[in-house]
Design a protein around this ligand. Structure first.
Ligand code: ZN
Length: 194
């Protein structure tokens, strides 16, 4: 499974391993993830571009990645952008009123010590679910709309389309597992009792 992350030097390789471990056999096409300074009107963005459509490769995508996409994946890959503004704002401070989803799945210690990763794992698992939707159109939706009233704290925005609802519910369910595994690889043990 081909994954390339440009988030922070200290965690890029760990992120790549975490995604490979969590999404092997689920997401088929290569995944490129980048913290994006220009993304200011949303927290994350998923695109499914054809690598041959670029006149010049996006910065961070090298020839080796591009060649593999062309040779083995029918020219298609997942391009996920995460807002640099959102990431940095959460790194400095995490004010509850500033985030529109709740963090109740994370331990207080995780929120205190890794606020930017709590933010990041939420946005990333949402965008990775969009990637899964593209790779498995026959299955498309894991969470049915009929259940929507039973999910507390889900922002009104996510009820508007089936894909957004599916991605956000998946993020709420998977983000903690993803963070736990990422921290485990970093050698951080989280005290559940705090
Ligand atoms: Zn979305």
């Amino acid at each position: 499974m081909l994954v390339k992350c440009l988030v922070e030097d200290s965690i890029n390789e760990l992120l790549e391993s975490t995604i490979q471990k969590t999404y092997e056999g689920i997401i088929e096409h290569p995944i490129f993830i980048k913290i994006q300074p220009k993304l200011t009107n949303s927290h994350g963005l998923h695109c499914y571009p054809n690598i041959r459509a670029y006149e010049r490769l996006p910065s961070g995508i090298d020839n080796e990645f591009a060649s593999l996409v062309k040779m083995e994946y029918n020219d298609m890959f997942h391009y996920i952008s995460i807002s640099e503004e959102g990431y940095n704002n959460n790194k400095i401070t995490l004010l509850e009123e500033d985030v529109y989803w709740n963090y109740d799945c994370y331990t207080q210690q995780q929120i205190n010590d890794f606020p930017e990763l709590c933010y990041f794992t939420h946005v990333l698992t949402h965008e990775l679910q969009h990637a899964w939707q593209y790779d498995s159109p026959h299955e498309l939706i894991r969470y049915m709309h009929e259940d929507k009233k039973e999910i507390p704290n889900l922002d009104e925005h996510f009820y508007r389309t089936i894909c957004e609802y599916d991605a956000e519910v998946e993020a709420m369910n998977k983000r903690r597992e993803f963070l736990d595994y990422l921290l485990l690889l970093q050698g951080v043990s989280v005290d559940e009792s705090i």
